[in-house]
Design a binder for this molecule. Structure first.
Ligand SMILES: [Zn+2]
Ligand SMILES: [Zn+2]
Length: 391
């Protein structure tokens, strides 16, 4: 995506034509671009699709319809089959982060099948199994985007929901039957992965894969995962598949059997002070998936020289630590957010090669509000996934 300054902002507004269903993949459909045949209005080709939305902050989600833009030159129309429920969906639907755009259709763990492609689409064809994660676009020209780190786009990436798209319209997420996404932000789900267990990989999977890959989890490395929830259970599976020796650090031993089944070699309770003495200096990498503020000095004490403690869960409050906890063994305290598009594809391919999907509980759309309550109580093993056929 780099033909000079004609960036995607312009191409987005220019595409008012769209191909009809089942158009041939890419090049063989020249007839589709009849020059602005009957002066289509801006709304031409927009479809209204069934969805579940929060009508206002903290209001329960309810069935409605939302607009999807006309399928543009580089867009794919996806029939959504499954959508995972991420904890951040609940934060945003309840306006926990402020400035939410309502009505809001959450959902950034999307798996489905391509139903239609724009005339310029080259990566996908009708019938392909695809996924969409937390982003649907970015500036594509900044240093981060050029490096394949669209999640760190210097102008800010465009989130899958609760954001404004390049056309100025709100984005709506995956709790819906269809979505239109640029092919550049659409991922391929390999055949070996079922769509239902693949959906949560688009957020929980990449959020944990990216730091594990970046900090070189692998054979000979000792990795600790703090918290065994939606993110934590994927961190354990992925770190184990990468060949690392994996330890779960959880508040209690309540989920120990699960942790070991998921691939952990060891499991310790952090409510037990002896854990921190026993494991002092033990780890190369600690990935914290919890959103409660950690006592960082204690956890940094578990790292060996040059070790890193990486946060993928974010406490709402500022945190504090004694900098000596970092200095004495040249340790790193870091954060990481999802992953770029290239890396997300790499993660999906890795998970397919290792037979990894999320452990899920499949629900109907009319169970979403109840599922939210259960997520808040940590009463899910380990991800709710909505069967969108029930919307
Ligand atoms: Zn998420
Ligand atoms: Zn950018």
């Amino acid at each position: 995506m780099s033909p000079g300054a004609a960036d995607s902002l312009d191409s987005m507004t220019a595409e008012t034509t769209h191909t009809t269903a089942a158009s041939a993949p890419a090049a063989s459909a020249p007839a589709a671009s009849a020059p602005a045949a009957s002066a289509p209005a801006a709304s031409a080709g927009v479809r209204h699709v069934p969805a579940y939305a929060a009508p206002a902050a903290s209001a329960p989600l309810e069935r409605t319809t939302v607009p999807r833009r006309a399928v543009g030159e580089h867009d794919v129309l996806i029939d959504i089959k499954y959508a995972g429920i991420c904890h951040s969906d609940i934060h945003q639907a309840r306006d926990g982060w402020g400035e939410g755009i309502f009505p809001m259709v959450p959902g950034h763990e999307i798996a489905g099948v391509v139903a239609e492609v724009g005339p310029g689409v080259t990566k996908f064809a009708v019938g392909d199994r695809v996924g969409v994660g937390c982003m649907v676009d970015s500036c594509r020209t900044c240093e981060a985007c050029e490096a394949g780190l669209e999640q760190y786009c210097e102008r800010g990436n465009i989130q899958t929901y609760n954001a404004l798209d390049k056309n100025g319209e709100p984005t709506y997420g995956g709790y819906a039957t269809q979505i239109v996404v640029d092919e550049a932000f659409t991922l391929r789900i390999p055949d070996g992965l079922s769509l239902d267990v693949a959906a949560p990989l688009l957020c929980a999977g990449i959020t944990t894969y990216s730091p594990l890959a970046h900090w070189n989890a692998g054979p000979g490395k000792k990795v600790a995962v703090v918290g065994l929830g939606g993110l934590g259970h994927m961190a354990v599976k992925i770190a184990h598949a990468m060949g690392a020796e994996v330890t779960v650090l959880s508040q209690s031993l309540r989920k120990k059997d699960d942790g070991l089944r998921l691939g952990a070699d060891h499991y310790y309770a952090t409510s037990d002070e002896a854990t921190f003495e026993q494991l002092a200096g033990a780890f190369d990498l600690i990935v914290s998936t919890v959103s409660a503020p950690l006592p960082f000095d204690k956890y940094l004490g578990l790292l060996r020289t040059d070790g890193a403690l990486v946060n993928v869960g974010a406490p709402e409050e500022p945190v504090s630590l004694n900098v000596f906890s970092l200095m004495l063994r040249r340790k790193t305290l870091a954060g990481s957010a999802i992953g770029g598009i290239r890396e997300t594809q790499e993660m999906l391919d890795f998970c397919a090669a290792h037979g990894l999907g999320a452990d899920i509980e499949l629900i109907r759309a009319d169970q979403i509000n109840e599922a939210y309550e259960r997520v808040l109580r940590s009463d899910v093993r380990y991800r709710f996934v909505i069967d969108t056929a029930t919307i």
